[in-house]
Design a binder for this molecule. Structure first.
Ligand code: AMP
Ligand code: MN
Ligand code: MN
Ligand code: MN
Length: 284
């Protein structure tokens, strides 16, 4: 690794709720100076082979990743699996389970929208294509296209959230289940965007303690929307709890200026970056 390495360890493609195909994403990342990119689609590995084909042509190191949904104390959490073995059957089975839950939820969402006189099936299916895994942003885009919302923010305010049309409560696998899938696949598990859950510090620490017991020993410390105060707070937690640190943009699309590819602030020097473990993983 050289000083000119630029890591972005959280991004999405059209295989989940991203705007760019995996190969377009690699081209965009290369243009933005990213040297190490993790593609971390929601609950699917299907985009990785396409991303690898393009990465082989570019001077970019692709890290195989995934973003898994799980439930902890009734709270939805996202756990990233980095440097995973995509052939691990336990991981594949877990992901298949989550895709099944997503598809079942999408059906219930369609039913709920129909109860409100809104038919989004054709528009959602068109956005999904053959291999896409259904996410709420697919419904948000369909709502925007049909004129029910002016943008994603409004779609996620008027619809898709608790108490609004299209919201279906989900029971995802537990924190320890997804941790096991990632561990079995030889990857590093990372708590994604810890500030997004709006937990009290006490609850965040309780989560971290449970996470560590489950084998999740890394925090996503830096994203483009994490301010310096938050980075300092998360860094202190990393040092106190012996956690590795990760950074990534959570890039989905060009209309989200707060999540530009390659734009997470560098990690403070005192932290141990997750990529310091990548080499030993590939040798092991
Ligand atoms: P899902 O995993 O299908 O429940 O969808 C969650 C995804 O929706 C997140 O990963 C974000 O990409 C997106 N999302 C959630 N809330 C918002 C919001 N307020 N505005 C835009 N995107 C959102
Ligand atoms: Mn997303
Ligand atoms: Mn997420
Ligand atoms: Mn994400």
């Amino acid at each position: 690794m050289t000083n000119s390495s630029v890591y972005d360890l959280h991004s999405h493609s059209t295989f989940s709720d991203g705007q760019l195909t995996p190969s377009e994403l690699i081209v965009h990342a290369t243009n933005k100076g990213v040297t190490h990119l993790a593609l971390t689609d929601h609950d699917t590995l299907a985009g990785l082979q396409h991303a690898q084909a393009q990465a082989d042509k570019a001077s970019l190191q692709l890290i195989n990743g995934v973003e898994l949904s799980c439930t902890w104390r009734g709270q939805l959490l996202h756990i990233l699996g980095l440097k995973i073995d995509t052939n691990c059957q336990i991981l594949i089975d877990g992901i298949t389970e989550n895709i099944g839950r997503r598809k079942a939820r999408a059906e219930l969402m369609h039913d709920d929208f129909l109860d409100h006189g809104i038919d989004l099936r054709a528009a959602v299916n068109q956005r999904l294509g053959d291999q896409g895994v259904p996410t709420r942003p697919h419904f948000a885009d369909a709502l925007i296209a049909a004129g029910y919302a002016k943008d994603k923010k409004q779609a996620f305010k008027r619809f898709l959230v608790h108490g609004k049309p299209g919201f279906i409560a989900m029971q995802w696998p537990s924190l320890s289940e997804v941790a096991t899938w990632i561990k079995q696949a030889g990857g590093i598990a990372v708590l994604a965007h810890p500030m997004r859950y709006k937990l009290t510090r006490t609850k965040l620490i309780a989560l971290i303690e449970e996470m560590k017991e489950a084998g999740i020993a890394a925090l996503e410390v830096s994203t483009p929307s994490t301010n310096s105060q938050q980075i300092a707070m998360l860094s202190t937690i990393c040092l106190e709890h012996d956690l590795l640190a990760s950074m990534g943009s959570d890039f989905h699309s060009f209309d989200q200026p707060w999540a530009r590819l390659g734009r997470a602030r560098p990690l403070p020097d005192k932290l141990i970056p997750v990529w310091s473990r990548f080499e030993s993983l590939s040798e092991g």
